[in-house]
Design a protein around this ligand. Structure first.
Ligand SMILES: [Zn+2]
Length: 71
């Protein structure tokens, strides 16, 4: 049984956080769930180069949204 994969789920009540595994296809910005290393992905999720973790959390990547909302 791997308890390690599940322990990061109960981190709070804000929103549901989905985790993605290395080798899955993905696009955008992701953060390692182990060490918070940040990567941008255009095809396939890698294994974390820092901690060799394989669980990723998708990060919203929208640098312009905030500026547009100001007006
Ligand atoms: Zn990592």
């Amino acid at each position: 049984m791997s308890a390690k994969a599940r322990e990061s789920i109960d981190r709070g009540a804000d929103d549901y956080v989905q985790f993605w595994a290395a080798g899955e296809s993905g696009k955008g910005a992701y953060r390692c769930s182990e060490c918070a290393y940040y990567v941008t992905v255009c095809r396939t999720l890698p294994v974390c180069p820092r901690c060799a973790g394989s669980s990723w959390e998708q990060v919203e990547w929208s640098p312009f949204r905030r500026a547009l909302r100001l007006r």
